[in-house]
Design a protein around this ligand. Structure first.
Ligand code: HEC
Ligand code: HEC
Ligand code: HEC
Ligand code: HEC
Length: 405
């Protein structure tokens, strides 16, 4: 996610983001195909291509790049799951149908895989931070007393190595990796000097990174490109580095470590990096107690693990079939769709393949939306909208029917 921003200038946000997207786009890395329970559905990089190819960017922007009729996906709320996003996607079909009709476009239909990709992309873009603020960064660098031990741009303490080299990066991921890997030595020194162990809130780590970029005496200001973080690679690392032995394989928490789904659900990269650091000393103690070696990260491994943590909320689990049955009735689905072989306006959904998987259901609904819309207009009914977990519950209700439960 690191970009070719040549000047450490805050105002170049648009630039940075463009470069982020180009870098994601060009790299083609980070495939996240839905092959098994072991991976998240959808490939955000493929989703980016579809987003443009299907004209979504005519109305939607990412960090201000793109159309303005619809919301900017970098700004609308983080932490929404696959099915919540599918529900929101569905909610605005009437608006799109009208636009498509007025402009004479074709209705953009999707394969299941494409819809998963595009939703994954919408989710993924919120992972990225805006670059931090170097002025604030200077302040944190002093207040957290980094300056007493580390120099940047020739100024600061000599207890530890200068941090100028980190200016090659834009996001604070490598800084976080360095701090994590050297954490025990650093924390020992901080304890010995009776200084506090710094703790990061919000975007403070991103701000310090921006400050290092601004004042570093690094000769070459070329930026090192990292591949975009990949949640599925991150899942493998999370297991291999032993995180799962305390937090469980799906981040749900065990008696040895807290639930990471709720801890990280609303956070972006630099915030998750800060959280990891904040807890690193406690975790190191817990690891010693259990005889687990402290895991270190190389290259973009930490970025991948952070992407994995960020994706924990993407994939819905659970759902309540009885609530789903109520949703099916209340949204008016039942008035057009039989589920018992009876006659109805729309197809009998108990006989439809669409109900076998949530993303398949969302795809079928989307692809048939113009036809449903025509009938709904004739009947003067309201377009059914989904909020919260309704889509998930509906999918469970319908798929249980397929399973004959
Ligand atoms: C003609 C303009 C237009 C196009 C093209 C368009 N959208 Fe939208 N979209 C909107 C508007 C307007 C809204 C907000 C109004 C609403 O929610 O009904 C919206 C809302 C959304 C939302 C819900 C966002 C939220 O936070 O509420 C999603 C998801 C979405 N669009 C996805 C897409 C995708 C994916 C595409 C491409 C296949 C697309 N849109 C194409 C206009 C458009
Ligand atoms: C009390 C002194 C002290 C303070 C305060 C301190 N550090 Fe350190 N830091 C160290 C020491 C000592 C090491 C090397 C530890 C080792 O390798 O065992 C280190 C290592 C690091 C590294 C890894 C450097 C490398 O060579 O890759 C980073 C990054 C870092 N510190 C960032 C920070 C930041 C950011 C702050 C402020 C939030 C900070 N440090 C505050 C003493 C300190
Ligand atoms: C030996 C057990 C153990 C291992 C292994 C472990 N953790 Fe933890 N983790 C903990 C404990 C205990 C806490 C709570 C520490 C605290 O309260 O500061 C924690 C806290 C966290 C938090 C902060 C959660 C919050 O509530 O904000 C994150 C994020 C996290 N761990 C991620 C990881 C990752 C990623 C790995 C693998 C690199 C890992 N942990 C490995 C035990 C462990
Ligand atoms: C006003 C009538 C009407 C309402 C209300 C309605 N639908 Fe439909 N639905 C249709 C029609 C008609 C079709 C067939 C469209 C076509 O042939 O392209 C259809 C098609 C579908 C399909 C595709 C089935 C397949 O086998 O490919 C699914 C899935 C679906 N609807 C789900 C729903 C859900 C869920 C609701 C409630 C949120 C709903 N529909 C509400 C009329 C309706």
């Amino acid at each position: 996610m690191l970009t070719a921003l040549q000047t450490p200038n805050q105002g170049s946000l648009r630039f940075a983001v463009l470069a982020v997207l180009c870098c994601i786009w060009a790299s083609g890395a980070g495939t996240v195909h839905a092959q098994s329970d072991q991976s998240f559905p959808g490939d955000p990089i493929a989703g980016r291509r579809i987003f443009v190819a299907r004209g979504c960017d005519r109305c939607h922007a990412i960090w201000g790049n793109g159309g303005t009729l619809g919301p900017d996906f970098a700004l609308v709320g983080a932490g929404r799951s696959l099915q919540q996003l599918a529900g929101m996607f569905w909610n605005h079909t009437p608006q799109m149908i009208q636009t498509v009709q007025v402009k004479g476009f074709q209705w953009p239909t999707f394969s299941e895989e494409e819809l998963a990709d595009i939703i994954s992309y919408i989710y993924y873009v919120k992972l990225f931070d805006e670059p931090g603020d170097p002025v604030l960064g200077e302040r944190w660098f002093r207040e957290m007393r980094c300056v007493e031990c580390h120099a940047v741009g020739g100024e600061g303490g000599r207890t530890a190595l200068p941090l100028d080299g980190y200016a090659q990066y834009i996001a604070p991921l490598m800084l976080a990796t360095g701090m994590w890997n050297h954490g025990s030595g650093m924390q020992a020194r901080q304890a010995a000097e009776r200084g506090p162990i710094p703790s990061f809130r919000g975007r403070e780590m991103a701000d310090i990174q921006a400050y290092i970029r601004e004042v570093s005496n690094l000769q070459s200001r070329d930026v090192i490109f990292l591949q975009p973080p990949d949640p599925n690679t991150g899942r493998g690392l999370y297991l291999r580095k032993g995180c799962s032995s305390c937090h469980g394989p799906n981040g749900g928490g065990t008696r040895f470590g807290p639930d990471l789904r709720s801890a990280t659900s609303q956070l972006r990269v630099s915030e998750i990096a800060g959280t990891l650091w904040n807890h690193s000393s406690q975790m190191a103690t817990a690891m010693r107690a259990r005889g687990i070696a402290f895991p270190r990260f190389a290259g973009k491994e930490m970025a991948d693990v952070i992407a994995f943590l960020y994706y924990l909320r993407f994939y819905d689990t659970g759902g309540d079939a009885r609530v789903g049955e109520v949703v099916f009735a209340q949204k008016g689905c039942a008035s057009c769709h039989a589920v018992d072989g009876g006659a109805s306006i729309g197809p009998d959904l108990s006989q439809s393949d669409a109900i076998l998987a949530p993303i398949r259901l969302a795809t079928a609904m989307w692809n048939h939306a113009p036809a449903m819309y025509a009938v709904i207009q004739l009947e003067q009914a309201d377009w059914p909208r989904f909020e919260g977990a309704e889509m998930r519950d509906l999918a469970v209700y319908l798929s249980d029917m397929a399973a004959g439960k």
